[in-house]
Design a protein around this ligand. Structure first.
Ligand SMILES: *Cc1c(COP(=O)(O)O)cnc(C)c1O
Length: 420
């Protein structure tokens, strides 16, 4: 029987129900520590900022706080979780391409240290609201460095059509933004941010972005205290993915940063990075119970008790995963299966051509590397209940998010007349 940090999968399903999202806490801890310990420089301060959109809950935030990591949030909802968890406001970065006034006010009221500004309109809003609330806040400006990094390759060409940030070519507009910020007593310009993509397996795209950002800082010639180089570090979903190990990635980036800054004769106080997926991705497992198998003309389907509602990534962008049958983990693979969810969509297939032992009803199917953008993107489609989330560590288990129930789903099903 396959175990996660010393706990057998059948025990987990028997005690916590099925389907289930399980995190190996040791793996999360190792990743956070690896980033915090290796992303260090003698030249500038460093800060590891976890992108909480990958997976957030109170237990996760408590862990990050203990390990001296910071977080970023991209919405009022993510900020609300952080506030409920008492996450220190001076370690929160607020992102997003269309922050609502009420979200900005919420961030200011909670004394969030830093807002990452997307565009000129947002400068005006943040300045107006900080003035109104008389609340100091630091800001970074998000720059589009026009390095588009994909999984393996990157294209350092003009990609002016990203919805995020302001193109680094628009120097005059960026200077206007800084001038507007400087004119406000409550808002302090601290520096620039860039984020070039996600599930990036090689270092080249990051190196290109670092060079371009440092070159940009030199050209624009303003004092920059903080440079935030974003996240996007890849994980292993299948054997095709060979991510650069975290320690080597961090050391490579630090070296590139130190060299680029020295060459350009620029000093910054602090460099931030923002890993999301690579902190929680490989630590997460999805456990399902097999209902039936079904033979069609060319395929054999395995029907599981979850699917696109708890993991939209295969349907959304053809994401690839690997799986095993936990109770047959010592048996040889004999056949390829389509791992099909229970949602009413033909596209609800989690894995194509999974090579497995003979699969039968009540087998336990475990999907790997589902810890990032799995639960956080989950929905109630077909009114499925979102699974419970369990942390396991050295033979012990604890629930960190309860399973949804039909009753909790009905909480918002409230009828009333609206006075117009
Ligand atoms: C999503 C995001 C990240 C994290 O990306 P990962 O691929 O999960 O590492 C970091 N910074 C910003 C601004 C993001 O939007």
């Amino acid at each position: 029987m396959f175990k996660i940090s010393g706990v057998a999968c059948d025990t987990l399903l028997e005690t916590c129900g099925s389907p289930l999202v399980v995190y190996d806490e040791n793996k999360i801890d190792e990743q956070i520590r690896s980033y915090v310990n290796n992303f260090k420089s003698n030249v500038f301060d460093t800060e590891v900022v976890y992108a909480s959109k990958a997976f957030t809950c109170t237990a996760m935030l408590e862990k990050l706080e203990q390990e001296s990591a910071s977080i970023d949030v991209v919405s009022g909802g993510e900020l609300y979780v952080a506030i409920q968890a008492n996450f220190p406001a001076n370690r929160i970065y607020f992102h997003g391409n269309n922050k609502l006034d009420e979200e900005i006010e919420m961030a200011l009221s909670y004394h969030v240290q830093t807002i990452v500004i997307d565009n000129m309109h947002e400068v005006e809003r943040v300045v107006a609201l900080a003035d109104k609330l008389k609340q100091p806040v630091d800001v970074l400006i998000r720059i589009n460095p026009k390095v588009e990094a994909h999984t393996h390759e990157f294209i350092a060409t003009a990609t002016p059509d990203s919805k995020f940030g302001i193109s680094m070519d628009l120097v005059d507009e960026i200077k206007d933004m800084i001038a507007k910020i400087d004119a406000c007593t409550y808002v302090t310009f601290k520096g620039f941010h860039s984020h070039i993509g996600s599930q990036i397996l090689a270092t080249e795209g990051f190196m290109a972005a670092i060079d371009k950002m440092v070159g940009f800082i030199k050209d624009i010639n303003v004092d920059v205290s903080i440079l935030n180089i974003g996240g996007g570090f890849g994980v292993r979903y299948t054997k095709e993915d060979q991510p650069v190990p975290t320690d080597i990635m961090c050391q490579t980036l630090i070296e590139a940063l130190e060299n680029a800054l020295a060459q350009a004769q620029i000093q910054v106080d602090k460099v931030c990075m923002e890993p999301g997926r690579s902190i929680v991705g490989e630590a997460g497992y999805s456990l399902y119970t097999v209902g039936f198998t079904k033979q069609t003309q060319n395929k054999t389907f395995v029907f599981i008790d979850g699917g696109m509602a708890d993991n939209i990534r295969p349907a959304l962008y053809d994401a690839k995963y690997e799986c095993i049958i936990a109770n047959k983990d010592q048996q040889p693979a004999v056949r390829t299966y389509e791992i099909a969810g229970k949602c009413c969509e033909s596209g609800d297939i989690l894995i194509h051509d999974a090579l497995l032992p003979e699969v039968e009803a009540n087998d336990i199917l475990v999907m790997f590397t589902t810890g990032a953008y799995g639960y956080s993107m989950a929905s109630n489609y077909n009114r499925l209940n979102r699974p419970a989330v369990i942390f396991v560590k050295d033979g012990k288990a604890r629930q960190v998010i309860a399973r949804e129930t039909f009753e909790t789903q009905m909480i918002l099903d409230v009828q009333k007349d609206i006075e117009l």
